[in-house]
Design a protein around this ligand. Sequence first.
Ligand code: ATR
Length: 293
Amino acid sequence: MANHTELNNLMPKAFVTGYPVGHSRSPLIHRYWLDLYHKQGTYEPLEVAPQSFEDFIISLKAQNQSGQHGFCGGNVTLPHKEQAFAMADRKDTIASMIGAANTLWFEDNVLCATNTDVYGFCANLDEFAPDWAGGTALVLGAGGASRAILYALKMRGFERIILLNRTIERADELALYFGAPVEAYGLDIMGSLIHQADLIVNTTSLGMESHTSDKDMMPLFDFDKAKPSALVTDIVYTPLITPFLRQAHGLKTVDGLGMLLHQAVPGFEKWFGIKPVVTKELRDIILSDLGER
Ligand code: ATR
């Protein structure tokens, strides 16, 4: 029979790395599932400064190749997603399209990378607004987060994707990159396009708790011109009901917390061997940690 140390040495170990990483709710999510499924394993936050990230990945690979019991993979958050993608040895199509990775794992001693934000975004809407896909989408924001959303909307068959950004050049760049049906415009003409949208998505940092100065500048959006059937969602979940969602009152809305919970599913499955379920209990745990209950 294996002793305690031997058991420890066999346990799959995963991490989340970022800078900073203290705000990450990923440890709560993965440890909840480890408990729920009675899985032996660990999931720990590792704060890695940008200048040390390259060495971190190099030592991750070295440990794996030397057969030491290192990490079997982990999550990557800001500001390391692009570098994680660049340093992975095998990247799937989604990560390659987005140019950033949030999930790493080893397969045959090869460091693999994917981006599960697309999965998380779709699964959240599938759960709370099952017939969300199709028609015309209006997307606010052309930053890093917008890429996953544009990919998701293309994949789920939207006929038109109207991309609006304060800095129109960034929207133009993304429209060119993703191609039809993405069209780019300035944020200032949202009022003249919103009536065409079946789905309205905020991917900007506007109204996010940590961006207090932006919060003050939250513009008023013309939700009164939207179709009564339009669905509105925000990928930000701090606060849970963002100023954007609050302005959309009267329309159906889906908050961004489900995207965080669902994006964790593929990673857990890869590291710990079971596809976990996003339960109401898990959502409640994260909500109380966010001070939302
Ligand atoms: P992320 O990777 O999280 O998407 P980002 O690349 O900094 O972050 O992008 C933030 C997005 O929020 C951008 O679309 C940004 O618009 P610009 O490209 O014009 O900067 C948008 N954003 C941030 N603050 C904004 C504000 N006060 N008004 C309008 N858009 C804003």
